[in-house]
Structure formats: structure tokens, C-alpha cells
Design a protein around this ligand. Sequence first.
Ligand code: VAH
Length: 322
Amino acid sequence: MSDTILILGACGQIGTELTQRLREIYGSEQVIASDIREGDAAFLNSGPFEIINVLDRDRILEVIQKYKVTQVYLMAAMLSATGEKMPLKAWDLNMQSLLHVLELAKDKHIQKVYWPSSIAVFGSTSPKINTPQQTVMEPSTVYGISKVSGEHWCNYYHSKYGVDVRSLRYPGIISWKTKPGGGTTDYAVDIYFKAKEEGTYECFLSKDTKLPMMYMNDAIEATIQIMQAKKEDIKMRTSYNLAAMSFTPEEITEEIQKHIPEFTISYNPDFRQEIADSWPQIIDDSAARADWNWNHKFDLELMTKEMLSNIGTKNNELLTAL
Ligand code: VAH
């Protein structure tokens, strides 16, 4: 039987582009997009869409049965900065949605699950340079706590019930199609838009805050690659470190100024500085590269060219993540 995919949280920053890419690969009718409300994602009329609140297990099952779904990508979550403003809501959303999907997989309603983790699982006691796949993980944000807990739940459901759930620890993800919502790394998206629209940007992180980052195209390809990998090649059933590049606000500014010399930046760190300071600077993703041949394509130079050449063009359907 061919695969039918349900994307929960399809109108989010990653969900939007993941939906488009999966529809290119599997065919539009085989990829059901869903979110808590319709949003303005351009893909809405390119294939099936359903309203699903990921806290409603029965509604998720209803859609799975309606379309005979075989795989679920659970992309809905509350990110680090917003999560600190409403901790219990963040925990409930991020954890209950995962447990619903893992239970549905355990009960054989679906065959395979994708669930994104994050470098936010690491804390200030984790090694900051070349952070290993397995190391001390003491996150200081609710988002990070929910992600490290979720990783252990994924591993538990795999080892106890044989659930085929796969996961990646995303770094900050940068794209021009859909603005992110509520993340600490969002400055690295905002800076490109402000450089083109206003010529100046006030950064909420200090100039030397180095963080792991990735261009959206690489994140989407890695997600699909791990889901298409052979079961026996997936040796980490918590989640895989994933990396492409690391840079500071100062370094991204210098790259932008190669294209927009008059661009200026000012720094006004806010509460997100403390979150960023607790995260790694450079991630070791050698396990993903060894186990299922992961390899990134975009560095800061190429990403900056892509971002600046697409922002403000006709195909820049700037969408707001739900
Ligand atoms: C956030 N973009 O800032 C997310 C991501 C590593 C950061 O998980 O919360």
C-alpha cells in the first residue's frame, strides 16, 4: 500500500515547507495537511486540509481513518521563547500531542512517526563545542524539558512496543517562506527581512552569541531522509543531533553587508539572551552522517544569497506561522 501522510501543525514554519516538499514527492492527494486553524499557508488549495487540535486524540484518529494514513509528522509545538511565557501550556501541548501520536502508533493505527526535537535539549552544563550525541542534558527552558522528555518517550515506545518513531534535534531553522513563531533563534530570520525592508535591525541577542543554525531546505531534506532510511540504519531512537553551520549575529551581519553594504545593526538583548546562553554553540552530528548519510548543503554564504534573493520577490509568500 502506498504511503499516506498526515502532517500535524502543517501551517507552522517547518510544517509549511515540509507539506509542500512531501506533496512533490508523494503526490498532493497522499499528503493531508492539518492545523488548529487554516492560517494563510499557500499550500492550502494544493491538497487535502483538515482542522485538527493535536490535543484531541479522537480527532487525530478520525482523520487517520478517513484517509487511511500510514505516517504522521507531528510538527505542532510551542517554541522556547513563547514557552517561557506560558510554561504549563507549552508542556501540555508539546507532551500530550506526542503521547497521543505514540499511542496511536502503538495501537497500529499508523506505521511510522516523525517527531522533531531540538538542540534546546542541551543546557548550560552540556559541552558547548562539538556537543556530542549523548552527553549531559539539563535544559533550562520548558521547551527543552519537553523535548528531552519527548525523546525518552519516543525511545520507550520504540523499545517497549516496537513503534517506528524517528526524530531530529533541529538547530535554529531559517527560511523566507514562513516566518517562525516564538523561537529564540528567530532573530536569524528577522534580520534578513529587516535588512531588505528597513536597512537596519535591532537584535535581541548580543553580537557574539554563537548558535547552531540551518537553512530550511537542509532541514526538510534531513527530515525526509531519516523517514526514508531503512529501520536498521536508525540506531538512535531518542533523537539525532543535526547540524549545518554556527554563527553569531555579528557574523551574519557581515555576510548580509556583502550584499547590502549600508545595512546596520544594533543590539538590545532581552530575556531570550539567557535562553541562547544555555544552548550549545557547535553541534557534533557525526552519528547522523554515519548512520543514514546525512550531509548539509547550505552554509552562511549560500543561505544569505538565497534569503536576500527571495525576500521581497513575487514568490515570497510571506506567511505567518501559526
Ligand atoms: C527555538 N527555533 O528558538 C527553535 C529551536 C534551537 C531553537 O528549537 O525555540
